[in-house]
Design a protein around this ligand. Structure first.
Ligand code: ADE
Length: 220
């Protein structure tokens, strides 16, 4: 898979790509990630990328030329172009799984008051990571990269991906590690029993219990 991020602030994503699981995925050629500053595609003086809105109003709007030029330059028949915007489809684990089937994803990060509406003609899907306004799309792009890349075959172990939160619309079961007792709080006996049938049954029950309590909306 290849992911190209179109952004005015590549440095804000760079650090995150150099850590832990994502870094390993890149080094093991599971994914290629390119950070592209679309300012470099501006045909205007001083590489201008934004301008005041027609009709008046607050803030600056991203102009068409740099983004059309950048996307037309990097797009192939396999590209899936995603615009990060608070108005987009709400991102979730199902969408992350869907994206792992794409060969080439282009993530378009906005800034300022948003995009000239005509830029949307370039886009396959608009995605939001939640009902709040970020100063730009970079954190949303990082969230999508992180949640998608970890699902690519071979990036983390199959066991780690088994029965995670949101699979089967359930949250994950509670986990414990050593010591078996800490400050009077004990690990449930069943987990120390060595009886794997019982452990699996307990975990399944806990997933249902926890989801009913914390996220009943997932079960509807
Ligand atoms: N850009 C600004 N806010 C955003 C959000 N919530 N999701 C995706 N992109 C954004």
């Amino acid at each position: 898979m290849r992911i190209d991020v179109l952004t005015l602030f590549p440095e804000s994503i760079e650090g995150f790509l150099n850590e832990s699981i994502i870094k390993r995925a890149i080094n093991n050629n599971k994914v290629e990630i390119n950070l592209i500053n679309f300012r470099d595609y501006s045909p205007l003086n001083n590489n201008q990328v934004d301008d005041t809105p027609y009709g008046g109003g607050a803030g600056m709007v991203l102009r068409c030329e740099p983004i059309f030029n950048a996307i037309n330059d990097i797009k192939t028949d396999d590209s899936y172009v995603i615009m990060l915007t608070p108005e987009g489809n709400k991102y979730n684990q199902k969408k992350a799984r869907e994206l792992t089937s794409k060969k080439h994803i282009i993530l378009l990060c906005g800034h300022y008051e948003g995009f000239d509406e005509r830029i949307k003609t370039l886009v396959d899907e608009e995605i939001s990571i939640g009902d709040y306004i970020l100063t730009g799309g970079e954190i949303a792009a990082a969230a999508i990269i992180d949640s998608t890349v970890r699902l690519i075959d071979g990036v983390i172990t199959k066991e780690s991906l088994d029965s995670e939160s949101f699979d089967d619309n359930l949250l994950d079961y509670p986990t414990y590690t050593k010591p078996a007792e800490y400050n009077g709080m004990k690990v449930p006996d069943v987990l120390i029993s060595g009886n794997h049938a019982l452990i699996n049954k307990w975990r399944e029950e806990k997933r249902i219990e926890k989801t009913k309590e914390k996220r009943p909306d997932l079960m509807n």
